[in-house]
Design a protein around this ligand. Structure first.
Ligand SMILES: O=C(O)C[C@H](O)C(=O)O
Length: 507
């Protein structure tokens, strides 16, 4: 019988969350490197390059890969023969204590993203608890833990369906994925749960994402059962959609497809699909009573030495001197280097500004001729101006965009992923522009931020309005003042190119 010490368990949770905040799993890095070399779409290749450079920087600097340090999701399998040295904390409480310690670690504080009362006040709990814990009692005398820090952008794109027993799961995935947009930060993985009941399929899908990337092995050895055949079919068909890195159009949308299944009712075929973003973060450990988990740092030599230079045609923009009319010269796909002062604001700040405007109150910041960057940064340490500060999904701000553009004098916005058709129209009508930074390259992006201070809504924590002073911040025009969207044209072009390549191959 193994006696597991409460403190060993808590310490292992805390250490693993710190570990995954800055170390991408090596199998994922290798899959991205392969995608980088294979990629023919320049926009997608540039995005993958930034994600890989960011990954190496995070591993070296021990700072988060992404500003969204996730919601802690933990699978704990407790052997029936295990005893705990103390019984005054539940497994949930122990995971929460480890989470608290990891997220409040002064050497590498992680962003507190969890809000309580989700249907009401949505108040930040300040220590990223509670975590989501799934406990299984299993055979044996050890405790097995699979722990992930799941980003909100990818979690938001989860889809669920109750198919008819004879329906094709692959058809449903291929039909659904393009409607999910790019807020899940491809390239990443798809976790698919099939069977059980509705809620069981969700847990199966999430657990499948804890497995390492191994599609290449499957391709090499060939499928041996229906699930493996389905994995390959979905992997091939999804990558032919041409969605590509960050939804800009390209050859790699997913680096793997995972499937977990369970027996189900004869009348049902529940399916849940959960995407995992480019900031894939998870680790797996066992405790047998001999001490806390021993998480070895990976070898930095295993990270590819990829460089990325902005092209010669890059446009340098001093945003402090910019006037609204200037942005009409910028064209979709163009790379810009921004310098000067920008404001930040995301979901909660937009909601509050909308309420203030409705009440006839003056906004706390003058947005005239300014850009707003949709971001919730990690707190700074040492001499950093700010911690990792990559873009959040702009699509969530669509509902506020017409108001912001027409009523505040705002020039434009910076975020990640696509804008909806009505928002592109609004950008066009207001002669505005939407710029994108690479989601999942948060530490790299933060290096362009030279000064940061909170200027309004401090009570909103990471969702407060900051003033950032940026120098050469690389962004791409994703919607120009004619309303043309890179997220519409890019995937359409690459889907057609992939079809053409296929036709040639099969001729
Ligand atoms: O919360 C964030 O910073 C980003 C979020 O994960 C998103 O992808 O939209």
């Amino acid at each position: 019988m193994a006696i597991i010490k409460q403190q060993d368990f808590i310490e292992s949770i805390a250490d693993s969350l710190q570990y995954i905040s800055y170390y991408h799993p090596l199998d994922f890095v290798q899959a991205l490197e392969k995608a980088y070399h294979k990629e023919e779409s320049q926009a997608a290749k540039d995005a993958i390059a930034q994600i890989l450079i960011n990954s190496r920087m995070s591993a070296t600097g021990k700072r988060p890969i992404c500003q969204d340090t996730g919601i802690v999701t933990c699978f704990v399998k407790v052997g029936m023969a295990v005893q705990w040295d103390k019984t005054d904390m539940t497994v949930q409480q122990m995971v929460d204590e480890g989470t608290r310690r990891a997220y409040m670690n002064p050497d590498n504080p992680l962003r507190a993203s969890i809000v309580s009362d989700p249907a009401g006040t949505r108040k930040n709990t300040k220590d990223n608890t509670p975590s989501v814990v799934h406990i299984d009692m299993v055979e044996g005398n050890e405790v097995e833990v699979m722990i992930a820090a799941k980003g909100g952008g990818s979690e938001n794109k989860t889809k669920m369906v109750m198919l008819n027993p004879s329906d094709s799961v692959a058809d449903w995935v291929v039909e659904t994925l393009p409607k999910m947009g790019a807020g899940w930060c491809p390239p990443g993985m798809l976790g698919i749960g099939i069977g059980g009941t509705a809620e069981k399929a969700g847990v199966l899908a999430k657990e499948s994402l804890m497995d390492p990337v191994d599609i290449q092995e499957l391709l090499d050895r060939g499928p041996q059962n229906a699930e493996e055949e389905l994995r390959l079919e979905i992997y091939e068909r999804v990558n032919k959609l041409g969605i590509g890195a960050q939804g800009l159009g390209g050859l790699t949308t997913v680096v793997d497809v995972k499937i977990n299944s369970a027996p189900t009712h004869a009348a049902s075929k529940p399916v849940v699909m959960i995407p995992n973003c480019a900031a894939t973060r998870h680790v797996h450990f066992h405790l047998d009573g001999s001490g806390p988990a021993d998480l070895q740092p990976p070898k930095l030599e295993d990270w590819p030495e990829i460089t990325w230079e902005v092209g010669e045609s890059v446009r340098r923009v001093n945003v402090d001197e910019l006037k609204k009319a200037d942005v009409t010269e910028w064209k979709t796909g163009e790379t810009l280097l921004l310098s000067g002062k920008i404001y930040t604001g995301r979901d909660a700040a937009h909601k509050r500004m909308q309420e203030m405007m409705a009440n006839g109150e003056e906004l706390p910041v003058d947005l005239t001729d300014k850009f707003i960057y949709y971001v919730g940064p990690v707190d700074a340490i040492g001499d950093e101006a700010v911690g990792p500060a990559g873009p959040t999904t702009a699509t969530r701000m669509d509902k506020f965009t017409e108001l912001m553009l027409s009523k505040t004098g705002l020039i434009g916005s910076i975020g990640k992923a696509e804008r909806g058709a009505a928002t592109c129209e609004s950008i066009k009508n207001n002669k505005s522009v939407y710029l994108m930074a690479v989601g999942g390259a948060a530490y790299l992006v933060s290096k362009a931020i030279k000064k940061a201070k909170v200027v309004a809504f401090e009570d909103l924590g990471m969702e407060a309005i900051y003033e950032f002073e940026v120098e050469d911040m690389p962004v791409t025009v994703a919607v120009d003042s004619t309303g043309e969207s890179a997220h519409v044209t890019g995937p359409a072009i690459w889907q057609a190119k992939i079809e053409e390549l296929d036709e040639k191959l099969n001729a």
